[in-house]
Design a protein around this ligand. Structure first.
Ligand SMILES: O=C(O)CCC(=O)C(=O)O
Ligand SMILES: [Fe+2]
Length: 300
């Protein structure tokens, strides 16, 4: 597992997860695989390996193929179908947008918010398994980077893009809004047998722009196929990205690991101008804001 850390450009090196895609209920003894058992399912918990974490810190993003166990991919694909059937999906809004109004010039997709406290009337052991896996990813990020991530402030959703769907270039963390707390963006795809001609690639941009390529800069990007099982992680404030027009229905699990609210965020998040010395004395206010932002996120 400590094999060579490759230096690579935006167009190469897609990593592979090392855990087997599925195992029976036998607890495995491999270094990065632990197992849980949920009634009816027993799946290895895939882990971020040191090479993945190194790559994330060097390049601000990492792409890991075959991360999610295949049996779970199948089950979650079915979960998306069932939730759509039950009309649990709503047309996705652009949340960073000040007005939060529907903007179909930027995004055409439907979404369904997920999390341990969501969809209580529509439980799924497979979704619970997903939460366990995503908590482990968070723990792996935590222990590698040594920066705490806030468990209250994790956002998670299913996104369904119809044929012709897209999401134009944007950044996930925008200063001056709650999204500024997003530290890592997470994408997990559930689309079987995806090809180049199906479109819907996730395009990661490496120029210095936000929503557009700055004049005079050369485009530099990498396209990732939304292939079932693929995990993409990137620093939310570092990598502008977009979803190219999809020729087929496309499903993604989208999440953000947020950092805790710092006292220096208070002014910005509360929309007021506070002086820094006062702000420093306001740790209590920071935790209140955490609760407030948490409610904001869970209400969406
Ligand atoms: O669906 C994707 O691949 C990306 C979605 C995205 O960028 C977002 O929801 O912020
Ligand atoms: Fe995004």
């Amino acid at each position: 597992w400590l094999s060579s850390s490759k230096l690579y450009g935006p167009t190469e090196s897609i990593q592979r997860a090392s855990t087997p895609s599925f195992s029976s209920s036998i607890v495995n003894s491999r270094l990065f695989g632990v197992s849980t058992s949920v009634p009816g399912i027993a799946t290895d918990i895939p882990r971020l390996e040191p090479r993945h974490l190194r790559e994330l810190s060097e390049n601000q993003y990492v792409v890991i193929c075959d991360f999610l166990p295949e049996s779970l991919q199948t089950a979650l694909r079915q979960d998306v179908q069932d939730l759509r059937q039950a009309e649990k999906f709503t047309v996705a809004k652009i949340r960073q947008d000040a007005t939060n109004k529907l903007n179909t010039n930027i995004r055409v997709a439907e979404s369904c918010f997920l999390g341990p406290t969501k969809l209580k009337t529509f439980p799924s052991a497979y979704r619970d398994q997903l939460y366990v896996i995503l908590d482990q990813v968070k723990a792996d990020l935590n222990s590698h980077f040594g920066k705490p991530l806030d468990s209250q402030l994790t956002e998670l959703l299913y996104a369904f893009y119809p044929q012709g769907g897209f999401y134009r270039r944007h950044r996930d963390a925008i200063p001056g809004s709650a999204s500024t707390l997003r530290e890592y963006s997470l994408l997990l795809y559930l689309n079987k047998d995806w090809n180049e001609q199906d479109g819907g690639q996730l395009r990661l941009h490496f120029d210095s722009g936000d929503d557009e390529l700055p004049a005079g800069e050369e485009a530099q990007c990498r396209d990732v196929l939304p292939q079932s099982g693929t995990l993409v992680l990137f620093r939310s404030n570092a990598i502008p990205h977009e979803v190219l027009d999809t020729q087929k229905e496309r499903v993604a699990i989208i999440g953000w690991y947020n950092r805790p609210v710092a006292s220096t965020d208070i002014g910005e998040l509360a929309g007021v101008d506070l002086n820094p010395t006062r702000v420093a004395l306001m740790g209590v206010a920071a935790s209140l804001i955490t609760v407030g932002v948490g409610m904001l996120i869970s209400a969406s």
